[in-house]
Design a protein around this ligand. Structure first.
Ligand code: HEC
Ligand code: HEC
Length: 454
């Protein structure tokens, strides 16, 4: 074999080095790995997961390894709330969950949040707003002497509640697969195409949203507050908080003010939990339904163009990290107009308590919400985090704050253009192949009267 000359070796080394640098640059500027393989699970695993998702759990349930349903819970099954358009969909306002937040203040320096559960296995454990209020009363103001001067200090109410609407879980396994890098890159704007750059120039008053960095360095993407990074974590929390089912990854919700409730084994074992996660992970993703008639199709296309033109796509980004048609940046935004009292409202028109101790960096502000993915939005009314907007149009007009320029641009459209934009949103449908939900006849259609049709 011929030995390479020194010159050849140098050249080879040079090419190699260039190659490594090029690959490094490519990775740096790439949006992260695209999602090529969608979520997958075997039919038998999915079937088992469906059983857990639709099961009406009982206290001391024979399928549980702990104390079964409770001690505190909001419903007896996952499907009781997640049923709109099939097993795994959203739910109407009667299935909302009541959360409370204690903003840091001079008395309670830690941020506290939790759920006020609607049910308990015994009345000893029943939670209520009054119980929470008793622990976090209003901090009385009045005359105080500060630096030898009498000042008037207003009352501070650190406790606020939010009624949170059930989200549809379609396509959740795809959202789980979007890389953190893709979320960050989209935010930095490297991904913005030509048309988006134009948009940015036109809507430069729209502030870029905030990434929710969670303890441990992960990026939050699930939940109205982007409070969980992975689907598995959210499912574990849902078991624990909604049904009072402990899992190997989460302790069941403890009754408020009752730390004496005994520790029990996790209700679900590792296998049951994995099956439940696999079921949620492989729920079908929403579709964009193309209308049959050419004139309707044209209207939807016009609506899609207008959706970009009025700046909706700045936050509701059509494709993220290789997942097409998600319509979200998965970032936190403040889209509530400031209330007359000056506070950034937590809901609509409700003043937020003035925090006298700053909210910690990683925590969202009361009025910050994650851009909800709009896929499937045609079939998930009512809208917004509290379900306060009954229609798509009402949802759009609720946009203020950071989204005000976009809402104002929408308002200036002709009524025909508005109809086209709404027609586009109405083409974003729940998956047609979802498992249907049957309402059992023998019981009223209340929280526990809904099961899967098999
Ligand atoms: C009492 C009603 C209720 C029950 C029961 C319930 N959920 Fe939910 N679910 C909600 C609400 C409300 C939200 C929105 C919560 C939020 O974002 O803070 C939600 C959100 C979720 C999400 C996050 C979706 C996303 O994309 O952000 C997952 C996953 C989920 N639920 C799974 C489950 C599973 C699994 C069960 C059964 C163990 C369950 N839920 C039971 C009401 C319910
Ligand atoms: C600054 C970012 C931003 C812009 C711009 C924006 N949105 Fe939103 N959108 C949000 C956030 C954040 C929410 C959730 C707010 C909440 O729940 O209180 C939301 C909620 C929605 C919802 C309700 C979805 C659901 O599942 O409840 C719809 C529909 C919607 N937006 C459509 C639009 C349209 C159409 C436009 C353009 C006219 C638009 N948005 C512009 C950030 C934005």
């Amino acid at each position: 074999m011929r030995r390479r000359t020194l010159e050849e070796q140098r050249r080879l080394f040079g090419f190699g080095l260039l190659g490594v640098i090029a690959l490094g640059l490519l990775w740096h500027f790439s949006p992260g790995l695209p999602v090529i393989f969608g979520p997958w699970a075997s039919a038998s695993t999915r079937q088992a997961g469906l059983e857990w998702f639709t099961r009406e759990w009982e206290p001391n349930d024979p399928e549980s390894h702990g104390d079964g349903l409770g001690p505190v819970f909001n419903a007896r099954s996952c499907v009781a709330c997640h049923h709109q358009g099939g097993v795994g969909g959203g739910g109407g306002n009667q299935f909302n969950v009541l959360n409370f937040v204690v903003t840091p203040n001079e008395r309670d320096r830690e941020m506290v949040s939790g759920t006020i559960h609607t049910h308990a296995v015994s009345k000893d454990y029943q939670e209520s707003f009054d119980l929470v209020r008793k622990k976090y009363p209003v901090i009385k103001g009045g005359q105080r002497i500060v630096d030898h001067c009498a000042v008037f200090v207003a009352d501070v109410d650190p406790l606020s509640t939010e009624s949170i609407q059930t989200t549809a879980l379609w396509g959740a396994g795809w959202i789980d697969r979007i890389s953190d890098k893709a979320i960050l890159k989209n935010r930095r704007g490297h991904l913005l195409t030509g048309i988006m750059d134009e948009l940015r120039a036109k809507f430069n008053e729209i502030p870029i949203g905030r990434v929710r960095h969670l303890p441990g360095g992960k990026i939050g993407r699930f939940g109205w507050k982007a409070q969980f990074a992975t689907l598995e974590e959210f499912v574990a929390a849902a078991c624990a908080n909604e049904l009072g089912l402990g899992t190997p990854y989460s302790k069941q919700a403890q009754p408020f003010g009752r730390p004496d409730y005994p520790d029990v084994e996790p209700d679900l074992d590792r296998k049951q939990f994995r099956q439940l996660v696999a079921f949620v992970e492989t729920l079908p993703r929403p579709i964009e339904a193309v209308p049959e008639s050419p004139s309707e199709r044209e209207r939807v296309e016009q609506g899609r163009a207008l959706f970009h033109q009025v700046g909706c796509a700045i936050c509701h980004v059509p494709d993220l990290g290789g997942v097409k048609g998600i319509y979200s940046d998965l970032l936190l935004h403040r889209i509530t107009d400031p209330t007359p009292s000056g506070g950034g409202g937590s809901g609509y028109g409700r003043p937020a308590p003035p925090p006298d101790v700053p909210i910690p960096d990683g925590e969202p502000h009361p009025d910050e919400w994650r851009t909800p993915p709009l896929w499937g939005v045609a079939d998930s009314a009512p809208y917004m985090h509290d379900g306060s907007a009954p229609t798509l149009e009402a949802a759009i007009t609720r946009h203020g704050g950071a989204a005000k320029p976009s809402r104002d641009a929408y308002r200036q459209l002709s009524s025909e253009q508005k109809q086209a934009l709404l027609a586009f949103l109405s083409s974003l449908k729940a998956p047609p192949d979802a498992i249907p939900v049957a309402v059992r006849e023998e019981r009223p259609a209340n929280r526990s009267g809904i099961r899967a049709a098999r």
